[in-house]
Design a protein around this ligand. Structure first.
Ligand SMILES: Cc1cc2nc3c(=O)[nH]c(=O)nc-3n(C[C@H](O)[C@H](O)[C@H](O)COP(=O)(O)O)c2cc1C
Length: 172
C-alpha cells in the first residue's frame, strides 16, 4: 500500500533543494508563472530539462498551449518573490522586472532575481499522477552567478557560502 500523504510530504521535505520560477505566456501574451522545486537537469546531449506542474496550477494551461517556458533559478534575496509566485495572486508579474525570451516564445526571464536561467521549448508532455511533466529542450540561457536560494522543511534560506560561477562558454 502506498505511503500516506503526510509521510510522503515528510520524506520530500527532508530533501533541501534550490528554488526556481517557471514562467511562460498565456494566449493573450500575459505572463504566468509559479514557484517550483521539482526541477531535473535531465540530459546533457541533447540538453533537456524536466519540470513537474500540479494539475491545479493556473499556469498549466498556458504551458500546455505555449509549449515553451523559462526556468529561472533563484538567488538568495528572492524569498518574497518566491512566496508571491507560490500564491494564487492574479498578476504576479506586476512589480517584477522581466524580459521576453525570443527562444522560448516570449516567456519571462527574471534576470535580476536569478543565478541562471534556461529558455526551453517543450518536446514531450507526460502524465505524472496529480502533476504533468514537461520536458524542454534548452534553446538558450545564461549562468549569471550569485548565492542560491534554498528550500528545506518548508522554509527558505540562502546557501551558506559564496562560490564564484564556473566559467561557461556559449551561454547565450
Ligand atoms: C518551494 C516550493 C516548491 C513548489 N514546487 C512546485 C512544483 O514543483 N510544482 C508545482 O506545480 N507546484 C509547486 N509549488 C506550488 C506552487 O508554487 C503553487 O501551487 C502556486 O500557487 C501555483 O501557482 P499558479 O496556480 O498560479 O500556477 C511549490 C511551492 C513552493 C513554495
Amino acid at each position: 500500500m502506498p505511503v500516506s500523504r503526510e509521510l510522503f510530504r515528510a520524506i520530500s521535505s527532508s530533501f533541501p533543494t534550490g528554488v526556481v520560477i517557471i514562467a511562460t505566456l498565456d494566449d493573450h501574451g500575459q505572463p504566468k508563472g509559479l514557484t517550483s522545486q521539482a526541477y531535473v537537469g535531465l540530459s546533457t546531449e541533447p540538453p533537456l530539462m524536466l519540470v513537474s506542474i500540479d494539475r491545479a496550477s493556473r499556469t498549466l494551461p498556458a504551458l500546455q498551449r505555449r509549449r515553451a517556458f523559462v526556468i529561472n533559478f533563484l538567488k538568495a534575496g528572492a524569498e518574497d518573490v518566491a512566496t508571491l509566485f507560490a500564491s494564487k495572486a492574479d498578476d504576479k508579474f506586476k512589480d517584477v522586472s522581466w524580459d521576453p525570451s525570443p527562444e522560448a516564445g516570449g516567456a519571462p526571464i527574471l534576470r535580476g532575481l536569478s543565478l541562471a536561467y534556461a529558455a526551453c521549448r517543450v518536446t514531450e508532455i507526460y502524465d505524472g499522477g496529480d502533476h504533468v511533466m514537461f520536458i524542454g529542450s534548452v534553446e538558450a540561457g545564461e549562468a549569471l552567478g550569485g548565492t542560491p536560494l534554498m528550500y528545506y522543511k518548508r522554509a527558505y534560506a540562502a546557501w551558506p557560502e559564496e562560490r564564484p560561477a564556473p566559467p561557461v562558454e556559449g551561454t547565450s
